[in-house]
Design a protein around this ligand. Structure first.
Ligand code: ZN
Length: 172
């Protein structure tokens, strides 16, 4: 097995209380978990890949959600508590799935990765749809239960169930 840690959307607009779409009171609980996962991955030579929402000012997604993560604004920046280091990979994305319209798949294949370990937010949106595409592409998926969160607790729990039972992800 060759695993990569995938850190989903730990950006200001989701992960900081002044952000446009703050994930809510559970965010401070996951930040130390995400940080320790990043430290563990770096120490063991596991690639660390950050996915970051990165929208245009008039992005179609804003028909459904308030404007957030606009490229070039603070809202789109990774929060300092889980900052990237040299050698980490940052992949901007415009849709929920980190695979859609990005070079995530080839980035992982170049590193011979076959297993993704997911942390970040939101469990029921970007984590879930990234996991779904990962499974469609043949990757094994692990989700760190205490390292993912959502603004919607019920949807968070439902997504964990879906990840495990329908997508065959391993909750760790
Ligand atoms: Zn978005």
């Amino acid at each position: 097995m060759r695993r990569a840690l995938v850190v989903v959307d730990m950006i200001h607009d989701f992960a900081h209380e002044s952000g446009a779409l703050y994930c809510g009171p559970s965010m401070p609980r996951i930040i130390p978990v995400v940080r320790s996962e990043i430290e563990r991955a770096r120490a063991s030579g596991e690639p660390v890949v950050y996915l970051t929402d990165a929208h245009l000012p008039d992005d179609a997604e804003f028909q459904m959600f308030p404007p957030h993560a606009i490229v070039g604004t603070k809202g789109a920046e990774i929060v300092p508590e889980v900052a990237p280091a040299e050698g980490d990979v940052i992949i901007p994305k415009r849709r929920y799935s980190g695979f859609f319209g990005t070079d995530l798949d080839i980035t992982l294949r170049e590193r011979a990765v076959d297993t993704l370990r997911l942390v970040g937010d939101c469990t029921n949106i970007c984590v879930l749809y990234t996991a779904a595409d990962a499974r469609n592409l043949g990757y094994a998926v692990e989700v760190v239960r205490d390292g993912v969160t959502s603004f919607d607790e019920g949807a968070h729990r439902g997504a964990l169930r879906e990840l495990e039972r329908t997508l065959g992800a391993k909750l760790v």
